[in-house]
Design a protein around this ligand. Structure first.
Ligand code: NAP
Length: 296
């Protein structure tokens, strides 16, 4: 099965229990408000440690949700991590996620990160068996190479590739033509550079390329009467027309107020001049290294 293309998702990575119920930071209210506004593409992962929270928040509304989770990245000591993607682990991880989420099926199940040890054919064959068993509806990959994608797609159709894509992290663009050719949805995670583009302040310490980007965002935002972060998110939405493929931005937030601002950004139309200005600016350094990435 394939998934219907959503307009924008909600990244649930930062949602944690502990906020006061009913207030702006209540994770159930964030997820409930997303669903109320038609943002039904919810993204979590076993490594985020919050599948049970997400499962509780969607209880009673499961049919509205396109529920996405990921497996394969395992925390070690002191913040280190490793990847497991062998066939036995794929099934074990999926069953554990289903239990924590409290659902019968995950709509989109991703390999969270490529493995240097397990051939991707083994991983995807095991993932395809989960589709056959009705535990998963569609398959996705994250933090992979173009070659990984092509080899995986030969085993079973891949519905979505999730990679970091924003004005400060554009490395994914090298494999976008292959993603388009294979008819795969590009899910753009961390579309505001992990939040950096929501507060584009410039001071004398700012790298000159970053300063130009931040100034441009602030100027465009003022013209449209929106925030710089909304412009940065709208730029990711416009990647769809620029590259000719389905792009689903995946902003993350722990605030109902921020969620609403991010939803509004999906309707922001940037002019050709706005886009030309932003496209011409290099990614600069504010994005830092992508996370998590092969090799570190
Ligand atoms: N596949 C992968 O390897 C991978 C890696 C990283 C992330 N992801 C996915 O991508 C999602 C988003 O990633 P991310 O959270 O790192 O990046 P992001 O969406 O670019 O930025 C999130 C940050 O921006 C802030 N923010 C969000 N909306 C805001 C607004 N309207 N105004 C001001 N601040 C705002 C958030 O704080 P508040 O909570 O205060 O709003 C948070 O600190 C994750 O939830 C996860 O699902 C995937």
């Amino acid at each position: 099965m394939d998934i219907e293309q959503p307009r924008q998702g909600l990244g649930c990575m930062r949602l944690r229990d502990g906020a006061e119920p009913g207030l702006d930071r209540d994770p159930s209210a964030v997820i409930g408000s997303a669903l109320d506004h038609g943002v039904t593409f919810l993204d979590t992962a076993d490594m985020y440690g919050n599948e049970a929270l997400v499962g509780r928040a969607i209880r009673g509304r499961r049919d509205e949700v396109l529920l996405c989770s990921k497996f394969g990245v395992i925390w070690g000591e002191g913040g280190s991590w490793s990847v497991r993607a062998d066939a036995a682990y794929v099934r074990e991880a999926c069953e554990a996620s289903l239990r924590r989420l409290g659902v019968d099926v995950i709509d989109l199940y991703y390999l969270h990160h490529r493995s240097d040890e397990t051939p991707i054919e083994e991983t995807v064959t095991a993932m395809a068996a989960l589709v056959d068993d009705g535990k998963v509806r569609a398959l996705g990959l994250s933090n992979v190479t173009e070659e990984d994608l092509r080899r995986a797609h030969d085993v079973h159709p891949i519905s979505a590739v999730q990679e970091e894509w924003s004005l400060v992290q554009r490395g994914f663009e090298a494999m976008v033509p292959a993603v388009a050719e294979l008819g795969v949805i590009a899910v753009a995670h961390s579309p505001t550079g992990h939040g950096l583009l929501h507060s584009p302040q410039v001071d004398e310490a700012t790298d000159p390329t970053d300063a130009r980007l931040r100034t441009a965002l602030a100027d465009i935002a003022a013209r449209h009467d929106v925030t710089p972060g909304q412009v940065a998110l709208a730029w990711v939405h416009h990647r769809s027309q620029t590259w000719g493929l389905p792009v689903v931005p995946l902003p993350g937030t722990t605030s109902v107020r921020h969620l609403r601002a991010n939803i509004a950004a999906a309707d922001l139309t940037l002019s050709t001049a706005d886009l030309a200005l932003l496209d011409a600016l290099g990614p600069g350094t504010v994005g830092g290294p992508a996370y998590p990435r092969a090799g570190g």
